[in-house]
Design a protein around this ligand. Structure first.
Ligand SMILES: Cc1ncc(C[n+]2csc(CCOP(=O)(O)OP(=O)(O)O)c2C)c(N)n1
Ligand code: SF4
Ligand SMILES: [Mg+2]
Length: 270
């Protein structure tokens, strides 16, 4: 606070130091996400990068079906909705028609790694010059917490009330690792947004991916290992701790591939 005046014994603040500002690239609409959910944080840093790189009028995003279905109400850039799982195919079409635009898809794990597996893999395999943002919260958040392909073993969901087990439900699907192996992919990384430091790293990854797209380097994927306090039936704080202890060993944070070169296991941490 830089200046104060006293009036009727109440302190009225005349001026404030700005400690937080919403970027122009986010609309005024209130987000519908549950308290503590990672979706809102990723929206914010993605839109901050677009604003900081002066790309608001050059960017087209593709919203999925899932909790982030209304991403187009929050992101103040041109947006297109896609049918469930098809965001990468829609983004491909947009980028091919408008190659000078910055194009991203924003997808959950159910959207990207279940119903949209084919579109996801083939878009990556063609090395389309787009950015895919993949929010992995290990659950179908929007529809009531059913098991997703990325649900970890032993994790209870509404469709695995006794915990996921490999014999009947298969193993957690590490689609990001698979995509990193494809020769046409350029930058593949796994991030999180559960601490201020993690947010900074994730934002840097977004900046790098957008820069790569401007340079026509090709396909970039940023997986964000995220929480779903409602679906996991935990408080936001407990969900973040649970994520660190249970999700990160399965989905280690760090770059898997950069500049088209796979990163060896030894280096595969920040
Ligand atoms: C064709 C079709 N099948 C199924 C659904 C139901 N459905 C809506 S969202 C969703 C999964 C969402 O999970 P995810 O992509 O992980 O997003 P989250 O809500 O967790 O962010 C499903 C199965 C649908 N809308 N359309
Ligand atoms: S259900 Fe889960 S993913 Fe959806 S808004 Fe709530 S916390 Fe976020
Ligand atoms: Mg999900």
């Amino acid at each position: 606070m830089s200046e104060e005046i006293l009036l009727d014994e109440k302190i009225i603040c005349e001026e404030f130091d700005c400690v937080w500002e919403k970027p122009e690239t986010l609309t005024e609409n209130k987000m519908h996400y549950c308290p503590g959910c990672g979706h809102g944080v990723v929206h914010k840093i993605l839109m901050e990068v677009i604003e900081e790189m002066n790309l608001q009028s050059e960017t087209i995003g593709v919203a999925p079906v899932g909790c982030s279905v209304f991403a187009y109400n929050y992101m103040n850039v041109d947006m297109q909705g896609a049918a469930h799982g098809r965001a990468a195919a829609v983004a491909t079409g947009i980028k091919r028609m408008l190659p000078n635009k910055i194009v991203f898809s924003y997808q959950g794990d159910g959207d990207l790694a279940a119903i949209g597996t084919a579109e996801t893999i083939h878009t990556a395999n063609r090395g389309e010059n787009i950015l895919v943002i993949f929010i992995n919260n290990a659950i179908y958040g929007m529809t009531g917490g059913q098991m997703a392909p990325t649900t970890i073993l032993g994790m209870k969901t509404s469709t695995t009330p006794f915990g996921r087990e490999a014999t009947s439900q298969g193993f957690p699907f590490k689609i990001t690792d698979l995509i990193a192996q494809l020769p046409a992919t350029h930058f593949v990384t796994r991030q999180s947004v559960h601490t201020p430091n993690a947010v900074r790293y994730c934002k840097k990854a977004i900046q790098k991916a957008i820069k790569y797209q401007k340079e026509n380097k090709g396909y970039c994927l940023i997986e964000v290992v995220s929480n779903c306090p409602s679906g996991w039936k935990m408080t936001p704080l407990v969900s973040n701790k649970w994520m660190e202890e249970n999700m990160f060993p399965q989905y280690p944070i760090g770059d898997l591939k950069d500049n088209g070169i796979l990163i060896t296991k030894k280096e595969f941490t920040k």
